[in-house]
Structures are given as structure tokens and as C-alpha cells.
Write a protein that binds this ligand. Structure first.
Ligand code: ZN
Ligand code: ZN
Length: 274
């Protein structure tokens, strides 16, 4: 069974993903939830810094009905179907004129559309700014264009949407969400913020340090911190808070020391709960 899955719930296009896949029989006989999981796992591998959650998503046939995660795939979908992956109360992208869409004639095996780093210029030679919440077009060869944007990644939780840097401004629909004024100033850029983690002065230095590529190398402190961040976010801790603490613990770029302090503190906290 060949199906197309589209995830467009994230606020910026570089966090959207379309997968065309051929479902093995095992999945066809299984539940819709396993298809959602297949997509979520693939997505999270690609966007580890902005993971989506299996528990909050379900399928909706494009132009059709919402599907229950517990229903069987073979009773819900047929070959060639296109589905959105939607959050709990989402109705999916607002319907757009269909004439812009041309069906791909290329091979249909798990192929991703729009690689994240592809630079798409519009008719005036401008590209869209990738800063969180900006979305303006700018001329990459022109003078810098001032940009008011958000410092850190968006959070979509149940029906609420907010920027992790501005937790006091919550929105309940997408337009409202995109109107939340930015909290930081800079210049429009084509470099995705989603790739920048722990980017205080500390990190710039750490980034230029050599990285060991051999397989048994001990994990780089940045990897340890990123794993820790993801684990904490998974249980509901605010990502921005964690990043602020890491910045504070590593003012001179000593991320190893930040890891050490966090390890000691977490061990103490866990021991206290024993
Ligand atoms: Zn903000
Ligand atoms: Zn911008």
C-alpha cells in the first residue's frame, strides 16, 4: 500500500515533512498508530531538536475524515491516499488552491520532498528568513535586513502554541501564534535556528574545537547536554529554561563542567527521592 504522509503543524516550513511510503503488509494489518509512529520516528531522527510526540498525533485523509489511531490501517486507508498528521484538535492546513500541486511522477519509495537546506528564491531573488517566527523575505546578497524574531523553538502542546522563549504569550490558533511579537533583534538569515543549540559565546568556541570521529570516543559534552535536554523536555521541562541554565553553568565554554554540575545535582535530587 502506497501512501503519502504530510506533517505541516510546525510553524516554519523547514520543520514540515512529507513522506511517501510503501507500507509493508505488517503495517497494513496493524493499527493507524503504528503508521503514525513510523512517521514520528523518522521525523524525530531528522529534527531531533524539535521532536514531535506520537501521543498527540493522528491521521486525517486529505479532504476526508480523521482516523482513529486504534483502527486498522486496511480498514482506514487505501493505496494512493494522502494524509495529514494532525495534533489533537487541529483541522489541518487551511485549504489552498490545488492547481499549484503537481503529482510527483518520480519513484515513490520513502522519498522526502523539500530538503531542509534547499534555498528557495522567489521571483525577486529573495529567500525566506529562517529565524523563528519571522518568515519575511530578504535579499541574501543585499544589505542586512533587520529582523525581530524569537530566540528559541516553538512548543505546540494540546491546543496551545507558544514560543519557548516567551512562555507568557500563548495562542490557540496559528494566525494568532504567528502574531506574537518577537523578543529578540538581529538580521534575517537563511541559517536555520533549529540547528543552533547551546549557542552562547561558550558554544562558538566549542564548535571550532576538534571533534573525535572514532566510534568509541566518549560522547562530546554537547551530545550529552543535548540528550539531557531531550530527556527533560520529554517529561515536560521547559527547553529554554534548560538552555539558560547550561549557559549559566558554562560561562567560559566549559560544557564538560556544566555536565558534571548537572550530573551531581540530578544524582542528589534522585537520591533525595529514593
Ligand atoms: Zn520569544
Ligand atoms: Zn527575519
Amino acid at each position: 500500500m502506497k501512501i503519502t504522509l504530510k506533517y505541516e503543524e510546525a510553524p516554519t516550513e523547514d520543520l514540515h515533512l512529507t513522506l511517501r511510503l510503501t507500507l509493508p503488509q505488517k503495517y497494513v494489518n496493524g493499527t493507524n498508530k503504528e503508521v503514525v509512529k513510523l512517521f514520528v520516528d523518522h521525523y524525530n531522527k531528522k529534527h531531533a531538536e524539535n521532536p514531535i510526540s506520537l501521543e498527540e498525533l493522528h491521521l486525517k485523509i486529505v479532504g476526508g475524515i480523521h482516523l482513529d489511531n486504534e483502527d486498522r490501517v486496511k480498514e482506514s486507508l487505501s493505496s494512493g491516499d494522502e494524509c495529514y498528521l494532525l495534533g489533537k484538535d487541529s483541522e489541518g492546513p487551511k485549504s489552498k488552491p490545488e492547481q499549484g500541486y503537481s503529482a510527483p511522477s518520480a519513484p515513490k519509495e520513502a522519498k522526502e520532498s523539500a530538503p531542509a537546506d534547499k534555498v528557495v528564491k522567489n521571483a525577486d531573488g529573495k529567500v525566506r528568513c529562517k529565524n523563528f517566527g519571522c518568515q519575511k523575505f530578504y535579499d541574501p546578497d543585499g544589505p542586512p535586513q533587520e529582523c525581530v524574531h524569537h530566540k528559541s523553538a516553538p512548543i505546540f502542546h494540546e491546543t496551545a502554541k507558544w514560543w519557548s522563549c516567551c512562555p507568557d504569550s500563548k495562542a490557540y490558533d496559528f494566525d494568532e501564534f504567528m502574531k506574537i511579537p518577537g523578543c529578540t533583534q538581529g538580521f534575517c538569515t537563511n541559517e536555520s535556528q533549529a540547528k543552533k543549540r547551546f549557542m552562547g559565546g561558550a558554544d562558538l568556541r566549542a564548535d571550532s574545537a576538534p571533534i573525535r570521529l572514532d566510534a568509541d570516543a566518549p560522547p562530546d559534552p554537547r551530545q550529552k547536554l543535548e540528550s539531557m535536554r531531550r530527556g527533560l523536555v520529554a517529561v515536560g521541562v521547559d527547553s529554554a529554561l534548560f538552555e539558560q541554565v547550561v549557559d549559566r553553568l558554562a560561562p567560559n565554554g566549559d560544557l564538560e563542567k556544566a555536565c558534571e554540575v548537572l550530573k551531581t545535582r540530578f544524582a542528589t535530587a534522585l537520591n533525595a527521592l529514593q
